[in-house]
Design a protein around this ligand. Structure first.
Ligand code: ADP
Ligand code: MG
Length: 320
């Protein structure tokens, strides 16, 4: 049976041209570009909590890195290095081959080098720390001001609808199921959009991992402001269109569905043209969904401007 060191060498040791020293010593050494800040973030995926133990390892490799890249996207940071801490129940080489392939395909697309990690036996658990570089003025949650417009990239609700399908809450047709499961298992981190937005004068941003209302709520809390969201303006995944829009499931997926990894951000009205240019440059559609208000609180309005009563806020690991 392969030793821990064989596994590391075979599956996780690749050239890391952007590091001074990569895998193989007691620590990696990296050189930070002059005048730049490091952006550092960790995200852990736990079997039985974030994915089923028999989940496709190739897709898991992608998602483990994608959720971390998404955090850097929300900071407007350029991803550069990652470490990977793995607990594995057994040294299953077929599993590791597929997992590392999914991981490195995405890493290569964004120029991220895996420079270290840890490998141990234990219940399946995947933790990446991603390190990127930003300008001295990155995107932050605390930068929103009253009057700003609120934007969302791409469309929302697809991943949550895919999960509802997997859990038997709804049965989607083959086409919709494939589209939604791909959103759930293979999210596309909006790294380029984040970098483009970081060129604007003032942007407050977050990535949507726990649901629109929950994550927008974090911007509001950190910025000490409120918001109005127009339900009809929130871009829905096309598969949600086949459900009645006022169905509880459709609304839950759209407003409180996690795992979409789109960006939600607030910018001054006068920067709308630059925002649209950033979206075009990144190849992502952007929708204006509402505005930041002075008084705190988050209100969702229907077409007639009437406030809707919304119960779902999003996913919280320790709530309920
Ligand atoms: P130490 O015992 O000194 O912490 P390890 O024996 O755990 O070192 O790891 C040896 C080398 O392999 C280190 O450079 C470590 O960063 C790297 N490494 C271990 N596991 C992984 C992994 N899953 N992915 C990438 N690098 C890893
Ligand atoms: Mg170790």
């Amino acid at each position: 049976m392969a030793s821990e060191f064989d596994l590391i060498r075979r599956f996780f040791t690749r050239p890391a041209p952007n590091a001074v020293l990569g895998v193989g010593d007691d620590a990696a050494l990296v050189q930070v570009s002059p005048g730049r800040l490091l952006a550092v973030s960790s995200d852990m995926l736990v079997a039985g909590r974030h994915f089923l133990p028999d989940a496709d390892p190739y897709l898991l490799g992608h998602k483990t890195l994608a959720v971390n890249l998404s955090d850097l996207a929300a900071m407007g940071a350029m991803p550069r290095w990652a470490t990977l801490a793995l607990a594995l129940p057994e040294s299953d080489e077929t599993w590791l081959e597929a997992f590392s392939r999914g991981f490195f395909e995405l890493a290569d697309r964004f120029g991220v080098a895996l420079v270290g990690g840890d490998t141990t036996r234990g219940p399946l658990n995947l933790c990446v720390t991603i390190i990127g570089e930003t300008d001295v003025r990155p995107l932050r949650r605390d930068a929103a001001q009253a009057g700003d417009e609120i934007w969302v990239s791409g469309d929302l609700g697809g991943a949550a609808l895919g999960l509802a399908h997997l859990q038997g809450e709804i049965e989607l047709n083959e086409h919709d199921a494939a589209a939604c499961l791909s959103r759930l298992h293979q999210p596309e981190p909006r790294v380029v959009l984040g970098l483009k937005l970081a060129e604007l004068p003032r942007v407050a941003a977050i990535d949507i991992s726990d649901g629109l209302l929950a994550d927008l709520g974090h911007i509001l809390d950190r910025s000490g402001v409120g918001a109005e969201v127009e339900l009809a303006c929130v871009p829905a995944h096309p598969a949600l269109a086949s459900l009645p829009p006022d169905a509880a499931l459709a609304r839950r997926c759209l407003l409180a569905g996690g795992d979409d990894y789109e960006l939600c951000f607030a910018t001054p009205l006068r920067d709308a043209a630059s925002v649209l240019a950033a979206g075009a440059a990144a190849g992502v559609t952007l929708s204006r969904i509402g505005r930041i208000t002075g008084p705190t609180g988050l209100r969702v309005l229907d077409r007639n401007g009437v406030q809707l009563l919304i119960k779902e806020r999003g996913f919280d690991h320790f709530a309920g």
